[in-house]
Design a protein around this ligand. Structure first.
Ligand code: XUL
Ligand code: CO
Length: 437
């Protein structure tokens, strides 16, 4: 029985279409900058918001109308929900999905029971993957909802909780491998602190480093070839998350000798919570060869928390695609870690939300590709640094110059050459011009 009988497979109809259940920009097989849109964007639906989101907020309970739910936390309901999820992925033409272990299967009374539940649902997920061709972008473990993780998981003060977390990740990695997951994500959950009086930060970070090394060792042992990703976020639920931003994550990975094994999964709303533009976080990760994947969403300027909204702003998606085209994304994807508003409670709203954001990214891709192809920004950028293309610049960049050499160069001149304009407004106008096309 269909859960979405009023929706057939979403198709591309072009920018003039006013059909809300059609793509206006996302045309999967259209080639842009040498690759199909489908291969550039690798759109991914998240299980947690889309199929487990209740619409609750700190002021009120769930609002979502999900007629396929039977109201129980049974494995049977979870298996049925999995079939509904794949009907959604298929109709939306989304090539990937992503999940936490506890989104897809209910937690049992013991770890063994939880593992058995996960295996039972994973069997259905595998069947559905084979039936539809939809693939798993990444798996992860939820180590933040259960009260046992109140002090964290890999940074907890309770060594038995640490052992539990290790066993949970071990299982989540096995299931991710079994389902052909192309990546495995670690979002810090409750890895951070609320109060420094009760926190041994050095000891907690050492434990986190050990945890990741054990994950790397276990991946080698079972032959899991997926990319490990860390997802930065500065706060929420803790007041200070250890994986605060791309720079903090890379510093951590370098300190603990983990840079060869991890890349970053950059999320828009996490970037802005950290006081950065998404473009900054992407560029910072990209320039160090550590851009792995993105969690595509957006925050609200007027709300100071992680609202996880669907991104519909072309300016934002153009900026994101400018960086993704520069560094590439595979084996990562554009993962919609986004939820419909609690007032948008009907199943059809899930389609509107995803279609709109897929279109926004497809449009951003096309605009960014034209900007890059025409060198519209890069010509002014290289001009801005052209003084470094001189002998003086080359000597500094190649490490040949000393303070004495630079003094000997500049002293006879008495003053440095005149600066040139940064042309910021012109560049912003150029981006708008491409968006107008
Ligand atoms: C939380 C968040 C998570 C991760 C996966 O802010 O973004 O959903 O993406 O654990
Ligand atoms: Co996320």
């Amino acid at each position: 029985m269909s859960a979405f009988p009023e929706v057939s497979k979403i198709k591309y109809e072009g920018p003039k279409s006013d059909n809300p259940l059609a793509f206006r920009w996302y045309n999967p097989d259209e080639v842009v900058a040498g690759k199909t849109m489908k291969d550039h964007l690798r759109f991914t639906v998240v299980y947690w918001h889309t199929f487990r989101g209740s619409g609750s907020d700190p002021f009120g309970g769930g609002t979502m109308h999900r007629p396929w739910e039977d109201g129980t936390d049974s494995v049977q309901n979870a298996c049925n929900r999995a079939r509904v999820a794949f009907e959604f992925f298929e109709k939306l033409d989304a090539p990937f999905y992503a999940f936490h272990d506890r989104d897809v299967a209910p937690e049992g009374a013991t770890l063994a029971e939880s593992n058995a539940n996960l295996d039972a649902v994973a069997k259905v997920l595998k069947e559905e993957q084979q039936r539809t061709g939809v693939k798993l972008l990444w798996g992860t473990a939820n180590m933040f909802s259960n009260p046992r993780f109140m002090h964290g998981a890999a940074t907890t003060c309770n060594v038995e909780v640490y052992a539990y977390a290790a066993a949970q990740v071990k299982k989540a990695m096995e299931v991710t491998k079994e389902l052909g997951g192309e990546n495995y994500v670690f979002w810090g959950g409750r890895e951070g602190y609320q109060c420094l009086y009760n926190t041994d930060m050095k000891r907690e970070l050492d434990h986190l480093g050990r945890f990741f090394h054990m994950a790397v060792d276990y991946a080698k042992e079972i032959g899991f070839k997926g990319q490990f990703l860390i997802e930065p976020k500065p706060k929420e639920p803790t007041k200070h998350q250890y994986d605060s931003d791309a720079a903090a994550c890379l510093n951590f990975l370098r300190t603990y000798g983990l840079t060869d094994y991890f890349k970053l999964n950059i999320e828009t709303n996490h970037a802005t919570l950290a006081g950065h533009e998404m473009m900054h976080e992407l560029e910072y990760a990209g320039m160090q060869g550590a851009l792995g994947s993105i969690d595509a969403n957006t925050g609200d300027l007027l709300l100071g928390w992680d609202t996880d909204q669907f991104a519909t702003n072309y300016y934002l998606t153009t900026q994101i695609m400018l960086v993704l085209l520069k560094y590439g994304l595979s084996p990562g994807g554009v993962n919609f870690d986004a939820k419909v508003r609690r007032e948008s409670f009907e199943p059809i709203d899930l389609f509107y939300a995803h279609i709109g954001s897929m279109d926004a990214f497809a449009r951003g891709l096309k605009v960014a590709a034209s900007i890059i192809e025409d060198g519209a920004l890069s010509s002014l950028l290289s001009k801005r640094y052209s003084s470094w293309d001189s002998e003086l610049g080359r000597n500094i960049e190649s490490g040949k110059s000393s303070f004495r050499d630079l003094e000997a160069f500049i002293m006879p001149k008495g003053e440095a050459a005149r600066n040139q304009s940064g042309r910021q407004e012109l560049l912003e106008n150029i981006v708008n011009r491409y968006l107008d096309r």
